[in-house]
Design a binder for this molecule. Sequence first.
Ligand SMILES: C[S@@+](CC[C@H](N)C(=O)[O-])C[C@H]1O[C@@H](n2cnc3c(N)ncnc32)[C@H](O)[C@@H]1O
Length: 338
Amino acid sequence: MSRWIGTANQGYSPYAIEELRRLLPDMKATQLVAGEVFIFDTSLDREAAIHAVHSERPAFLRHMQPIDRVIAIHGDADDLQELSETARRAALILEDKRVSIHLRKVKATKYPYSAADTKALLDAVLEEMGAESSLQQPDVIMAIYAGESELYIGYGSPSDMLSDWPGGAVRFQREKGQISRAKFKLLEAEREFGLDYSAYRNALDVGAAPGGWTSLLLERGVRVTAVDPGEMHPSLANHPMLTCLKRNAADVKFQPGSFDLLVCDMSWSPMQMCKLVLDLEPSLAPHATAVVTVKLMHRKPLQTIREVKERLSTAFVIEQSRQLFHNREEITLHLTKK
Ligand SMILES: C[S@@+](CC[C@H](N)C(=O)[O-])C[C@H]1O[C@@H](n2cnc3c(N)ncnc32)[C@H](O)[C@@H]1O
């Protein structure tokens, strides 16, 4: 038996819960933040629950945090006292480890302290215990979720929690002159799917304008062919590694095997996107990678995803399908050409 806090993108927790129900026996969920955060119980123990979730990673579950301890919130310094005690009692889990402290709070929480204050306090406790406080690549995360009147505390590796970011909310620094926010989606896909765009030589970017994805691939040293009837950003004009085709993607044809990477971020219906990607498939080299966003246009995202996967699997291995933190009404697929 184990207890967890699950998190999905705003509005998508019902789908994350539905996916978990299929994976975990006797799963029960209660809402913490409408549409986003929920507590779930399963009859599986912690390791078995982690194994089940990893074996078929749900598309909509962004983060899961075990609940190892619950503390009633007092709303004063007693809360800090109890948190310190809790960390000390977890010495077996924390000592000699690199530890990150993650704090998330619901809006209406009675817990009065900021993440920075909480971290400063617990870092001092960690130091006493011989643990190393670490923001990057921790062995263990001490995750604290401040509900309205209770603190839910859990320990686990970034892999157990599905992310090394608090709640799976991956934050990137916006750069000066960044062409579009869409760039973050492709960056997050690189991180989350374990890709390295610099390993590719020739990419086809379909639905490329204004050019956020194209600019990231160019920065990685990849030659890019960008297809879009819309305007690309002027900062990309005359880039020596870029070819722009100001055309509808349905009207372009390439030599067979021209590209080892296809990226596609068109706001099209999922089935039209499938047709387009399948039509372009011969232009891809064997085992080429594709990163494709799928719009979730109507009410049944799980069914849409099932249908899209079924169609694309005629030509591609579906490596992953996930709603990334930077995806809004969509998910991102990672595919490999068969
Ligand atoms: C969400 S934007 C892409 C943003 C881009 N990934 C970026 O990082 O800047 C979607 C783009 O798809 C393009 N698009 C829509 N239908 C298309 C088609 N049939 N062929 C090519 N591009 C298309 C639109 O013109 C639009 O520029």
